[in-house]
Design a protein around this ligand. Structure first.
Ligand code: G4P
Length: 527
């Protein structure tokens, strides 16, 4: 196969959802279609039962299993599909956000009874920032759900994206009849506990006026469906793939993941419309996937769970060319040539050493502590991929050394954990104290635990009241200077020395934005 053919057949995406909407279930059904797993429960068994342990232990255990599920690859109808896992716990980590920088599209799962929930919104914010193409799967139609039109409006309003249903449900809950596929113009009839293929219960209907429809779903539902489809075709424009690819239009499907209903339709449409690896921006130029020379960047680093082995796995997304085992690549940040004798790829829950990989693929690289998030590998060109941001943390604490004899260990531990992207470190301009900022509160416990068990260091947290950290810059140097002088007590620097404003309240932030018009306040920062 040529490089271009390998690229064209690749689809790298993430399934994202608010916890409990059905992300794991859908992922598992997709893997079953691909033959990547053979029994239901293979992915699920990795999931930690809710309430069985403390939240903190749950995070630790998820960290343990998440290497296995970080990337799940499978083949379906000639396509090579890579699903990237986003850690599923209620409590967000930056990892979740950053994984989205390595995908070419996403499928958002929404619980039909609950509609759009808080984490769906947050994840969508990141997708919007990058114009990531979005498909929506509205799940659990076998349970009483909200009105489908209401759900479509909700998705549009809450996720700020235009929608176009490509399937439409006929009732829900105990009277759920099935889904009409507007894309293929056929009707899938619902019987719970479907087997692998839903084909047996799919009926083609070019014309919904066909009276036979009534015999399948009953007169009343048939009439309702005709009206609904008329309405959809009247209200929504035809599906515009270009708008979808620009991230402006989400295609919407309905189904029931646990019953494997509507999943095949979703997958087959996904293969047809979802993008293959897209060009990737760097500080100097855009890299096209079809370029002969290999380039890639690290978007996630996973530490070994065994405290005696500090080794880590760095996850690299290939952006162009052919990656080969035992070939020298330039690690741009250090200027060193490195080769990898056992790069790994991930097929479902299995990890194996590979000889080559292509754009869109994720390769696991063995790391002894030298790599950082955002590191670029090339065949010699000094590129730096952009768009791999740090996200403005929302929780903050001062970190203090609790054992004066272990000062060095603490410094090293903090340094490495920050490289992994576990949290962010800021140094206060006021008093030089170190502040750790995270996206989710439980990360503080994880950091404390890992510092102790992996680095033999001990830390103590002290409260600090900050609403949000934002990176500031301006072309108006006078104003920037003035701002930093006046806000001296609220200024800090990140680990790269960039200026960060630590706003106490949303009001203080709004006021600062109002009074200092020439200053740009950023809520993400390039790493
Ligand atoms: P998550 O990864 O998004 O957190 O969700 P997950 O797939 O674990 O699904 C959450 C719960 O919702 C699970 O039930 C799952 O079985 C159920 N579920 C998923 N899809 C559907 C669906 O289409 N219909 C219905 N009725 N339920 C669905 P659980 O009780 O938490 O786990 P389990 O005991 O069933 O494994």
């Amino acid at each position: 196969m040529t490089l271009q053919e390998e690229i064209t057949r690749r689809r790298t995406f993430a399934v994202i959802a608010h916890p409990d909407a059905g992300k794991t279930t859908l992922t598992e059904k997709l893997l079953l279609f691909g033959g990547a797993i053979h029994v239901a429960g293979a992915v699920k068994s990795n999931k930690i039962k809710k309430g069985a342990t403390s939240d903190f232990m749950e995070i630790e255990r998820q960290r343990g299993i998440s290497v296995a599920t970080s990337v799940m690859g499978f083949e379906y109808q000639g396509a090579k599909i890579n699903i990237l896992d986003t850690p599923g716990h209620e409590d967000f980590a930056e990892d979740t956000y950053r994984t989205l920088t390595a995908v070419d599209s996403v499928i958002i799962v929404i619980d039909g009874a609950k509609g759009v929930e808080s984490q769906t919104r947050k994840l969508m914010d990141v997708c919007r920032m990058r114009n990531t193409p979005v498909m929506v799967f509205i799940n659990k139609l076998d349970r009483p759900s909200k009105d489908p039109f209401e759900l479509l409006d909700e998705v549009e309003a809450e996720l700020h994206i235009k929608v176009r249903p490509l399937a439409f449900p006929i009732s829900s809950g105990p009277t759920f009849k099935g889904v009409y596929n507007l894309y293929e113009r056929n009707l899938s009839l619902f019987t719970s506990d479907e087997k692998l293929t839903a084909d047996a219960s799919t009926v083609n209907f070019e014309e919904l006026s066909n009276p036979e429809l009534d015999s399948y779903i009953g007169e009343a539902y048939a009439e309702q469906l005709r009206q609904d489809v008329d309405l959809i075709e009247g209200v929504y424009d035809d599906f515009d793939r270009e708008a979808y690819l620009r991230g402006e239009l989400a295609s919407v499907f309905f189904g029931s993941a646990v019953n494997n209903f509507g999943v095949r339709e979703l997958l087959e449409c996904f293969i047809r419309i979802a993008p293959s690896p897209r060009p990737a921006p760097t500080a100097t130029r855009q890299v096209e996937p079809g370029e002969q020379k290999m380039t890639g960047f690290v978007f996630k680093i996973h530490a070994n769970m065994d405290p005696n082995h500090r080794d880590r796995i760095a996850f690299m997304k290939i952006c162009s060319g052919r990656f080969e085992r035992n070939k020298n690549y330039l690690h741009v940040r250090s200027g060193k040539q490195l080769k990898f004798s056992s790069p790994t790829a991930f097929m479902a829950e299995k990890k194996s050493v590979i000889d080559e990989a292509f754009p869109g693929d994720i390769v696991g690289l063995h790391d002894t502590g030298n790599f950082k998030i955002g590191d670029t590998f090339t065949e010699g060109e000094k590129l730096k991929f952009t768009g791999i941001p740090s996200f403005a943390p929302e929780q903050f604490r001062y970190i203090e050394n609790a054992d004066p004899l272990k000062f060095k260990q603490l410094a090293k531990g903090i340094d490495q954990l920050m490289d992994e992207g576990v949290a962010q470190l800021f140094t206060s301009s006021l008093n030089g104290r170190k502040i750790i900022g995270t996206v989710g509160a439980l990360q503080f416990e994880v950091i404390q635990y890992r510092l102790e068990h992996e680095y033999g260091a001990s830390c103590r947290w002290e409260p600090i009241s900050i609403y949000k950290a934002c990176w500031i810059e301006s072309d108006n140097e006078e104003q920037l200077k003035d701002f930093k002088r006046r806000k001296h007590t609220n200024m800090a620097v990140d680990k790269h020395g960039n200026d960060v404003f630590l706003a106490d309240t949303s009001y203080a932030l709004a006021l600062a934005q109002e009074n200092f018009k020439d200053i740009r306040f950023h809520f993400t920062s390039e790493v």
